[in-house]
Design a binder for this molecule. Structure first.
Ligand SMILES: Cc1ncc(COP(=O)(O)O)c(C=O)c1O
Length: 367
């Protein structure tokens, strides 16, 4: 059996460190925010080449608060892509703004900058590129348009811890970068968690207030805030795991290189690392026109796969009120029909990658 992700293998490798870190929080009783969260905020912001980190209780909350801190609300429009996890769009909805979609570039699976200008109206306030699968969007043209049109850029970096664009880390490319620490992420908590990274002290101050009931100091609520605080145990676990993240990321990159070698010449479209990118392979998605059969056949051989994501957000019933239709974003729709994510985690062995690749090759050869 080759699982799609293997959280147990990772826990086994850091058990002693993690258990001690959790015990430390139990002893201190700093269960929400507290010193472990403060230290983790500093360490993760530095890792992302940003100045400030504001820990929150999920990636979705990070996106929501970043939008609010940028002053976005009802009557405003935010541009993002339909080929993403629903949370990107949910967060825009929470802010009261309207989502305007642009299609992806089919090679990188990320926002096609050439389509942005046509989507801008006099209500547009921000662009939210999604660094899907662990590769940043093509940020220079996005930032250039945003600068020229006076728009904020909020990165959805939920899948892109440690990803780089021309040597700069995801999360420090726009005004704010939003991360998820959902357990299966490249840097995953033992529960829920998220963070906004920014180099703007004003945004950081606003975000800190918004996540904790809008309070400037205890019981002095100057903003309408939320209970979006990051838990102490998650801060402590994430601090331990951050120390291993580069090693784990290199292991993911090595696994991706192995897949690429083993699948070369098979005709299977593999993920492309763009020339500007350090891809961190949160997801390793190949494409196939015969996905259901491939998925069932691999499952029959004990190989688990995933689909990220089968329905683009503009075609989800929950967001049909946005008024889009099939055919509006052909590259997103085709990707949603074809992508198949292979097992990918740092502990994936050479032998396991070999079994997966052999299974895929057999299917590609029509067997
Ligand atoms: C692209 C993207 N955006 C946002 C989120 C939301 O993060 P969370 O699940 O921590 O709320 C996720 C992950 O779940 C994601 O993959």
């Amino acid at each position: 059996m080759i699982p799609f992700v293997d959280l147990k293998a990772q826990y086994a490798s850091i058990r002693t460190e993690v258990n001690a870190a959790i015990q430390g929080v139990l002893d201190s009783c700093q269960f929400t925010l507290g010193s472990e969260v403060v230290k983790f905020e500093r360490e993760f912001a530095a890792y992302c080449q940003g100045e400030y980190g504001v820990g929150v209780n999920s990636g979705t909350s990070a996106l929501h608060l970043a939008l609010l801190a940028a002053g976005i609300g009802p009557g405003d429009e935010v541009i993002t892509v339909p080929f993403t996890f629903v949370a990107s769009v949910a967060a825009i909805h929470y802010s009261g703004a309207r989502t305007v979609f642009v299609d992806i570039d089919p090679k990188s699976f990320t926002m096609d900058p050439a389509r942005i200008e046509a989507a801008i109206t006099d209500r547009t306030r921000a662009i939210m590129p999604v660094h899907l699968y662990g590769q940043t969007a093509d940020m220079d043209p996005i930032l250039e348009i945003a600068r020229r049109r006076g728009l904020a850029v909020i990165e959805d970096a939920a899948q892109a811890h440690g990803a780089e664009y021309k040597g700069r880390r995801a999360g420090s490319l726009g005004q704010m970068g939003c991360f998820s620490f959902y357990p299966g992420k490249n840097l995953g908590a033992y529960g829920e968690g998220g963070m906004v990274v920014t180099s703007d002290p004003q945004y950081a101050r606003t975000l800190r207030m918004l996540r904790d009931w809008g309070a400037e100091k205890k019981y002095h609520h100057v903003l309408k805030g939320y209970n979006y605080r990051l838990e102490g145990i998650q801060g402590a676990v994430l601090r331990v795991k951050l120390r291993h993240l580069e090693t784990w990321t290199e292991a993911r990159r090595a696994a991706a290189a192995r897949y690429e070698l083993l699948l070369s010449g098979s005709g299977v479209p593999m993920p492309a690392q763009m020339p500007y990118a350090r891809h961190v392979y949160h997801v390793y998605a190949i494409r196939t026109k015969d996905r259901q059969r491939w998925q069932e056949s691999l499952q029959g051989e004990g190989i688990q796969t995933g689909i990220h994501y089968p329905i683009p957000v503009h075609l989800l019933p929950a967001y049909e009120d946005l008024g889009y239709m099939r055919g509006d974003f052909p590259h997103s729709e085709q990707a949603a029909d074809e992508v198949l994510s292979l097992p990918m985690y740092p502990e994936l062995t050479e032998q396991q990658a070999g079994v997966v690749a052999a299974g895929v090759r057999r299917l590609a050869a029509g067997a």
